[in-house]
Design a protein around this ligand. Structure first.
Ligand SMILES: O=C(O)[C@@H](CO)OP(=O)(O)O
Ligand SMILES: [Mn+2]
Ligand SMILES: [Mn+2]
Length: 560
């Protein structure tokens, strides 16, 4: 192939120390932080000899970096990291002001209500339509935030909206299980307030985020179909007169049900009529700013030709995302806030310099190492140079099968490394995160062990092909499985048991480098104590034998 000349925008200089041409492995351990070593740290409690050896075997080639808060473009240092921001940063080498911050700014400045999106939405209620909000109901700050929903409801009322319906997805994954009752209470108060001012405002339908609407990467379209039935058609086996009643009665009927997995429900009036199905001329605003879990429902609302499930009825609504979720598909076509502009990604540079890439994960994280990595674009950067390999995830609760697809991912990546057909193999192991989100400590230990075995297979493969590796993570999760009191002690629930932590953590994440292809004088620099995930990108460009572009956050490497 003809490599680009110096004059092209994405041409990269050769690195002065590290040669090109060694197979390079990059592993992202999803949800794997470096945290206090106690009995609730699943990594510490599990048998993970490979990762332990990386950590203790080469101190100059192991360090931690920040993976939460402002270091990854989130509004505050109280915000835990997440896959979207983490993979965006690692893929693009920059700290990107993320969706949550952009929405905050637009609400604060008032520009939210001056854009094209808002005007488009307004036409609906100006001509008698109902305004529907759909989204994750919590203040987790990963996919959405309650205060932003509250601001938009009041904003709509101030702009003349007289009828609002809210379709809630209970969380329990970014916030503690059981907290949905609190968020529903808060929402009911705000709706009551709107009603007292003459706005007909009610909760109309809902369900748990992992059961209703918020599927991702087409793992299980039936999740979205269930959402369609309750939000749009107003149909569900479970009907209640209030959302609080729904949560209470569904829990009574099945005490094992949790916030993440509440079955779909519809709110009805005294006569049993659903209070808020979605009709022609209504407006639907999806309040999630994060893309992955709302792309499918957005397609269902937006696409004329749609065959993922039978919509039964497809109302002609004005549909808007909080942001545009997919830059390649331009989906949805209407949105409130322009998404962060993520340009000059590592993929663009590497493809322009002829690097042959193999990217692989299982369905649950497949888009993380492709879509998020490439700045929220669903296509490939270069079809001829890149192979994207998806291992189908099981559709189960992952504590039932904590090894997930780690072995299959490792095998596929091992083959890619040994084949000689790729220069760069990039994988994500989902287990620490996906099993961590179940709050099941014992299962999460097994999850960590499966990841460790996968990493071993790959580090051995790098060893045998003379390559270089970098092992890192996108944010914490399995490193702390207990909710904590202010003093750090585990919090007990009302039965006296330790309350499980299902969310991500604020922990920094490890970065380890090595492999026989890495010159012996390469180590981590001591001069970047505050480095974060965005510093990873220049580092791996160096490890592949390139100088990083000057616009990237600095490389973590130093040379003896
Ligand atoms: O499951 C998800 O959607 C999030 C948590 O809300 O996890 P991650 O950022 O690791 O994908
Ligand atoms: Mn993640
Ligand atoms: Mn997660």
């Amino acid at each position: 192939m003809v490599l680009p000349g110096k004059e092209t925008e994405f041409w990269l200089e050769s690195h002065s120390v590290i040669p090109r041409g060694k197979p390079f492995l990059l592993v992202v351990l999803d949800g794997w932080g470096e945290n206090k070593e106690d009995e609730y740290n699943a990594i510490y409690k599990a048998n993970c000899p490979t990762i332990k050896a990386l950590r203790t075997g080469a101190p100059r080639r192991w360090r931690t970096i920040k993976a939460h808060g402002t270091a990854v473009g989130l509004p505050s240092d109280g915000d835990m990291g997440n896959s979207e921001v983490g993979h965006n940063a690692m893929g693009a080498g920059k700290i990107i002001q993320q969706g949550a911050s952009l929405v905050d700014d637009a609400l604060e400045s008032g520009s939210m209500y001056m854009g094209e999106g808002w005007n488009y939405a307004k036409e609906s209620w100006a001509s008698g339509g109902t305004l529907h909000f759909i989204g994750l109901l919590s203040d987790g700050g990963v996919h959405s935030r309650y205060d932003q929903l509250a601001a938009l409801m009041h904003g709509a009322f101030d702009h003349g909206c007289k009828r609002i319906r809210v379709h809630i997805l209970t969380d329990g994954r970014d916030v503690p299980d059981g907290s949905s009752v609190k968020y529903v209470g808060q929402l009911e108060k705000d709706l009551e307030n709107l009603r007292s001012h003459g706005c007909d405002a009610l909760i109309a339908s809902g369900g748990g985020r992992m059961c209703v609407t918020m599927d991702r990467y087409e793992a299980d379209w039936s999740i979205v179909e269930r959402g369609w039935h309750v939000h749009v058609l107003g149909e569900a086996p479970h009907k209640f007169e209030s959302a609080l009643e729904a949560l209470t009665k569904l829990k009574e009927a099945n005490p094992k049900v949790n916030d993440q997995f509440y079955p779909p429900f519809v709110i009805v009036d005294k006569e049993g009529t659903p209070v808020g199905p979605i009709h022609d001329n209504d407006c639907v605003i999806n309040i999630n700013f994060r893309a992955d879990r709302v792309i499918q429902i957005s397609k269902a609302f937006e696409y004329e030709n749609f065959s993922a499930f039978d919509r039964v009825r497809w109302p002609k609504v004005r549909y808007l995302g909080m942001m545009q979720y997919d830059g390649d598909l331009k989906l949805p076509s209407h949105y409130l806030i322009p998404p962060p502009l993520i340009e000059n990604t590592s993929g663009q540079y590497l493809c322009a310099n002829g690097i042959r890439t193999f990217a692989c994960s299982e369905t649950q994280k497949f888009g993380h190492v492709t879509f998020f990595w490439n700045g929220n674009r669903s296509g490939k950067v270069d079809d001829t140079l890149e192979t994207y390999h998806e291992v189908p995830s099981d559709n189960i609760q992952f504590n039932k099968k904590p090894h997930m697809k780690a072995a299959e991912i490792a095998k596929a990546a091992q083959q890619a490394l040994l084949s000689g057909e790729f220069d760069y193999v990039r994988v994500n192991f989902a287990n620490g995160d996906m099993v961590g989100h179940t709050g099941d400590l014992e299962a999460t230990k097994l999850a960590c062990e499966s990841v460790d075995q996968g990493v071993k297979l790959l580090v051995d493969a790098v060893e045998s092909c003379g390559g270089i590796y970098m092992i890192t993570a996108d944010h914490g999760n399995c490193d702390d499985m207990a909710q904590r009191k202010k003093n750090g002690e585990p919090l007990l629930d009302n039965t006296g048991k330790v309350a499980p932590l299902t969310s991500h953590t604020l922990a920094p994440v490890p970065v380890a480098i090595g492999g026989p292809g890495l010159p012996s004088n390469v180590k981590f620099s001591d001069s970047l104590p505050k480095a974060g995930l965005a510093n990873v990108t220049a580092t791996y460009l160096n490890l592949m034998g390139f100088e990083a572009p000057p616009s990237y956050e600095p490389s973590l490497l130093a040379f003896d």
